[in-house]
Design a protein around this ligand. Structure first.
Ligand SMILES: NC(=O)c1ccc[n+]([C@@H]2O[C@H](COP(=O)([O-])OP(=O)(O)OC[C@H]3O[C@@H](n4cnc5c(N)ncnc54)[C@H](O)[C@@H]3O)[C@@H](O)[C@H]2O)c1
Length: 321
């Protein structure tokens, strides 16, 4: 068996995925360039923990510029998690990072895979529910229109279309997973659950964009990781796309209520106008992933929030995990 390449291995989802692959006996080459979108020290910490595990190698390279041929040639499965994430910051001058990382680097990686497509077990692309924009129905199905409402969503959709193109035109055994808001330990500091739980513990005000009635399908990180392993082992059609959701759609104001119950503390909430690019609702119809991959989310929201809260307490104390 060859090695497994995880791009964005020091990030939130990539670090969980790398650990799980190592636990399953895979050798993992983790790639990350430690971008400063959020504190790179957090990513260094994630990478450091992986480096203690047998079978993990870190390659600190930038997918936009580094030669990728030898790297790809040494691996037989690829999980492409690296991206410039975040919806709100994708407006304005930062868009250059979104397009160069999410589109151009994805194309470079796919191109490097082309000569090796017959050897590759699978190329799994981390896509996003943001490709749907304001969907015509909830839960949303994979065949529903993809009309992103943020520049981030446009670049994730472009990446997904490139993946599908290399699958249809060059036979790359690729699968795209459209994650619906992933949460759990190590979640990015710019994301809702992280901001909310941190503020509840520190007594800071929580900014909620909009009236809090917007709903999301939240996915615990281990369920998103499960979907990646199932995709690796699947034999489905190249280019298939799957919704990956947690199965419980809930309003943001109710999430805050749940966090108050779990922490035993009161949230101080301030509302600000809904930001451009934020969709009103998300909801994943996951029967395709269930039928073709065997995917079933197993962590209920209350349990996931409790697990993330335990991590947040240790994180705020500066303790290791
Ligand atoms: N977190 C979510 O809820 C969510 C939802 C939908 C989709 N996604 C997708 O899942 C993936 C992982 O997201 P995350 O939340 O873990 O983000 P993250 O920012 O924590 O991880 C991404 C990692 O990629 C690295 N990276 C960025 N550009 C790179 C480059 N050019 N070369 C090498 N490394 C680079 C970053 O340093 C970072 O460590 C992304 O593709 C994201 O678009 C995430």
């Amino acid at each position: 068996m060859g090695k497994t390449l995880v791009t964005g291995a020091a990030g939130f989802i990539g670090s969980h995925l790398s650990r799980r692959l190592l636990e399953e006996g895979e050798e993992v080459v983790g790639v990350d360039c430690f971008t400063d979108f959020y504190d790179p020290a957090l990513k260094r910490r994630n990478a450091q923990e992986l480096l203690h595990l047998p079978g993990f190698v870190l390659r600190e390279i930038d997918l936009r510029t580094a030669p990728l041929d030898d790297l790809v040639a040494s691996c037989d499965a690829i999980f492409h998690q690296a991206a410039q994430a975040g919806v709100r910051s994708s407006w304005g001058s930062m868009f250059a990072d979104y397009s160069s990382i999410n589109v151009e680097a994805t194309q470079r990686l796919l191109e490097a895979c082309r000569p090796h497509r017959e050897r590759l077990r699978r190329f799994v692309y981390a896509s996003s529910s943001s490709v749907y924009g304001d969907a015509p129905r909830y839960p949303t199905r994979e065949e529903d229109p993809t009309v992103p409402v943020s520049p981030y969503g446009v670049t994730k959709l472009a990446g997904e279309l490139l993946v599908r193109l290399y699958a249809s035109q060059h036979g790359l055994p690729a699968t795209s997973l459209r994650y619906f808001t992933v949460y759990g330990p190590r979640q990015r500091p710019d994301m809702g659950f992280h901001r909310f739980l941190r503020a509840i513990h520190t007594g800071e005000e929580i900014v909620v964009y909009g009236d809090g009635n917007q709903t999301r399908d939240f996915t615990f990180v281990s369920d998103a990781v499960d979907a990646n392993l199932l995709a690796l082992r699947s034999t489905g059609e190249p280019g298939e796309t799957f919704n990956i959701g947690g199965g419980e759609r809930i309003a943001v104001r109710d999430v805050l209520g749940l966090m108050e119950e779990v922490t035993g503390r009161t949230a101080r909430i301030r509302h600000e106008p809904r930001a451009a690019g934020d969709v009103l609702h998300t909801g994943a119809e996951t029967s395709r992933a269930r039928d073709r991959l065997g995917f079933r989310p197993v962590v209920p929201l209350r349990e996931g929030v409790a697990r993330m809260n335990e991590w947040m307490i240790r994180y705020l104390r500066g303790e290791s995990e």
